[in-house]
Design a protein around this ligand. Structure first.
Ligand SMILES: CC(C)(COP(=O)(O)OP(=O)(O)OC[C@H]1O[C@@H](n2cnc3c(N)ncnc32)[C@H](O)[C@@H]1OP(=O)(O)O)[C@@H](O)C(=O)NCCC(=O)NCCS
Length: 157
């Protein structure tokens, strides 16, 4: 069932909520697809405060809110590259990622890029397939010395 949310651009004040959501979604939602070691390394990226501030300042970074609680976020790099999409562990399958993705895709179209691209986790792949993204390649991406299986996906807009 879809819930009522509003979408706005993130600010630096959102940092603690964004990083807490990132950490808990990885620990609770992605743990079915990755090992405990991988989850710990991935979730530890929540502590890279400078990187998150840069993303908020430099990218098109949006949050979905319900009753002033951030229930999801997404950010777009270079105008066409979706670099992150996360939904609060307690708000999965309620249409929040779909609403965020619609906003992100609109932005890509407004900036006149012909396609959107991303590399997405095993956890997120079914969501992108439901949105008609095509998998170009399965790959192993290295992060903090650990390999993570993920998928490069794209969609013509
Ligand atoms: C992937 C993710 C963003 C999806 O968020 P969501 O808000 O639950 O997605 P939606 O409710 O908008 O899903 C829309 C449709 O996508 C498909 N879908 C979403 N999650 C799915 C899943 N786990 N399995 C199968 N299909 C799925 C379904 O068709 C769904 O429609 P339905 O619920 O009516 O069946 C969320 O599960 C998440 O935060 N995952 C962990 C973080 C992550 O891996 N992010 C990607 C890193 S870049």
């Amino acid at each position: 069932m879809n819930i009522s949310i509003s979408i706005r651009q993130a600010t630096k004040e959102d940092l603690p909520e964004i990083t807490a959501l990132f950490r808990s979604t990885i620990i609770n939602t992605c743990s079915k697809d990755y090992s405990e070691k991988q989850i710990n390394v991935w979730a530890s990226a929540a502590n890279d405060t400078d990187t998150w501030i840069e993303r908020i300042n430099d990218y098109y970074f949006i949050v979905a809110e319900q009753n002033s609680l951030i229930v999801g976020f997404a950010y777009l790099k270079k105008g066409y590259y979706l670099d992150g999409l996360f939904v609060h562990q307690d708000y999965q399958r309620q249409g929040i990622a779909s609403a965020l993705l619609r906003t992100i895709e609109s932005r890509v179209m407004i900036e006149e890029f012909p396609e959107i691209r991303s590399d997405v986790s095993k956890t997120a792949l079914p969501f992108f397939e439901a949105w008609d993204y095509t998998t170009i390649k399965k790959q192993k991406k290295s992060f903090k010395g650990m390999g993570f299986e993920n998928y490069i996906v794209t969609k013509t807009l």
